[in-house]
Design a binder for this molecule. Structure first.
Ligand SMILES: Nc1ncnc2c1ncn2[C@@H]1O[C@H](COP(=O)(O)OP(=O)(O)OP(=O)(O)O)[C@@H](O)[C@H]1O
Length: 556
């Protein structure tokens, strides 16, 4: 028997579902006991030559079988409900913890491993919760009841069965622990393969141009070989564990049968009792066999538990989970949407250092940006420009300093962003433009697209704004993605707009149009742009240079 604390706690969060699942399982088991009694009665009636009793017993057996069928169906539905609820709760919590911008900077975590944990890992917990936990309760309740019944009929048989049940439940613990350990290796191999496959799919074009497709194939082959070996190791341990359990079960049944037969030979108990001891001796092991079967079905999910714990799937419920997700960059809540009217963004004494590094990326930085005119930040590669944006967005937590909008702390929902590599989502152009949920009308979308210089191309698409965009926006060109991202930021109506290299994917004419748009947008918004292109910086009144974590000039 393996007790996995986090999953028991999850199941206990749904006491009604757990209780009904367990109660129905015990009802199903009690029908087996009743059937054993009815069979014993019918057999002794045959021996005694009482056909009426035989007929009545057979009808009883039929009725019990129908009841068991109904109870089993109800139990399966209840167990599925319990498993589904726990899965949903764990996945929701895991996603709330894993899918946060702060994780963008967690360089130790690979997307493929998170995907494996959130997908197969969470699904894998189902069998333990819906099947194994009720089966544990069944063993704890039903086996003592059967042993007690047996003790009334034949104390020696009860003693033998009790010893065998204990051996079958606790005997293979060493193997179970070994399986659990090997299961962790198995899961690690699975996660590594999953992460490599995802990375290879994403980087297929690069791999092709580098001529490394066969190298990648070899790497993936090695990963899948490792997974196969880990799976076989787990199965070998599983066989040994099953053998020990089966040995105890069969030994117990044989012992009970031996005692019953001995009683029959010595002619002490009536025939009905002998049959009952034989049948109950077998029934006592039914819960043990079910427990063993469900363990094998559920243990793979258990191996994902450390990964899920790391993500935070079993942690306390996050505030956002209880009250709905926080507004992220680009989100908006119609009623609560801040008016784009803030005047001054002020950063003072801002410092930040990445964990595990020895020097500050941003050090005592002061910056003031105002509504009315575009501000630009330049600086060599690696000087901390993107880090500064992530600090403004709240994706990183500064070591010291303050970031204020009109004298109050800047919030993520005050900001719209156009990043260097903008991401579009699978869905229509309209959904992508209004991903923030502002329910913008067509006129607003048209005006934002016109301002971002992408309107003509969108109108030329087969279904206009209702044209479907492929995953990650891959059905659009890099320049179209960039301009659509700018349009999306404009639709979001935020008082602060951060733009990272907005013209990097555009030709000179389009770049000039976009910069002109930014100048126009900056009249009623605070706009800060990172750019290296000299033509983007023409006419920008405030150009700040970031070097060694400091800005060498700030707006007066
Ligand atoms: N997650 C991280 N952990 C540790 N160091 C990091 C991490 N992310 C970035 N850095 C380091 O922080 C420094 C600043 O990086 P950042 O991306 O902010 O530079 P940047 O000015 O935006 O560069 P670029 O112009 O090339 O985009 C770099 O030295 C980089 O190596």
């Amino acid at each position: 028997m393996m007790i996995v604390g986090p999953l028991w706690r999850e199941a206990l969060r749904f006491p009604a579902a757990l209780l009904s699942s367990v109660a129905l399982l015990l009802l199903v088991f009690s029908t087996h006991l009743a059937q054993a009694a009815a069979i014993a009665w019918s057999m002794s009636a045959v021996l005694r030559g009482r056909p009426q009793d035989v007929l009545f017993a057979l009808l009883l057996i039929f009725g019990i079988a129908v009841l068991r069928l109904l109870a089993s169906l109800a139990q399966t539905a209840a167990a599925a409900g319990l498993g589904g609820r726990v899965r949903e709760a764990v996945r929701r919590r895991a996603m709330a913890s894993a899918l946060v911008p702060e994780r963008l900077h967690d360089t130790a975590v690979r997307d493929g491993t998170v995907r494996a944990s959130l997908g197969d890992g969470v699904d894998g917990t189902d069998a333990y919760v819906s099947k194994y936990i009720p089966a544990v309760v069944q063993v704890a309740v039903a086996c003592p009841v059967v042993v007690a019944l047996l003790a009334l009929l034949s104390p020696p048989a009860a003693g033998g069965v009790a010893a065998a049940v204990l051996l079958a439940v606790f005997g293979p613990m060493a193997w179970k622990r070994m399986i659990a350990r090997r299961g962790l290796d198995h899961w690690d191999s699975y996660e590594a393969l999953s992460a490599d496959v995802l990375e290879s799919l994403r980087g297929m074009a690069t791999l092709r141009t580098l001529g490394d497709v066969s190298g990648t194939r070899k790497r993936l082959h090695a990963r899948s070989e490792a997974l196969r070996r880990a799976t076989e190791r787990v199965m070998r341990s599983g066989l040994a564990e099953t053998a020990v359990t089966d040995l105890a079960v069969q030994g117990g049944i044989v012992a009970a049968a031996g005692v019953a037969v001995w009683g029959a030979v010595s002619g002490q108990p009536p025939a009905g009792e002998v049959y009952l001891v034989l049948l109950l001796g077998s029934e006592a092991f039914r819960p043990v066999r079910e427990l063993s079967r469900h363990w094998h079905a559920g243990f793979v999910g258990l191996t994902a538990i450390p990964g899920l714990q790391e993500i935070g799937a079993f942690g306390p419920v996050r505030r956002e989970e209880a009250t709905g997700p926080a507004l992220e960059a680009g989100d908006a809540d119609g009623a609560d949407a801040p008016a784009p009217s803030a005047a001054v963004l002020r950063v003072s004494e801002l410092s930040f250092r990445y964990p595990g590094t020895t020097s500050d990326v941003i050090s005592g930085l002061d910056l003031t940006a105002r509504r009315g005119a575009l501000s630009a930040i330049i600086g060599p590669s690696g000087s901390g420009k993107s880090t500064l944006f992530d600090l403004l967005l709240g994706f990183l937590t500064p070591a010291t300093g303050r970031i204020e909008l009109d004298g109050r702390p800047l919030r993520t929902r005050d900001i719209a962003v156009v990043s260097q590599r903008p991401v579009l989502f699978a869905g229509t152009i309209r959904e992508n433009l209004d991903v923030t949920g502002t329910a913008a009308g067509d006129a607003e979308l048209v005006s934002a697209c016109r301002a971002a210089g992408v309107l003509e191309e969108m109108c030329a698409l087969a279904h206009g704004f209702d044209t479907e965009v492929a995953e990650a926006g891959s059905s659009l060109s890099g320049g179209q993605r960039q301009r659509l991202a700018l349009a999306r930021a404009l639709v979001a109506r935020r008082p602060v707009l951060l733009v990272d290299e907005p013209t990097s994917a555009l030709d000179t004419d389009r770049a000039a149009d976009v910069v002109e748009t930014l100048h126009r947008v900056a009249r009623d918004r605070i706009v800060i742009m990172i750019s290296h292109r000299p033509e983007a910086l023409v006419d920008v009144p405030t150009v700040l240079r970031l070097d060694a974590g400091r800005l060498d000039r700030s707006v007066p």
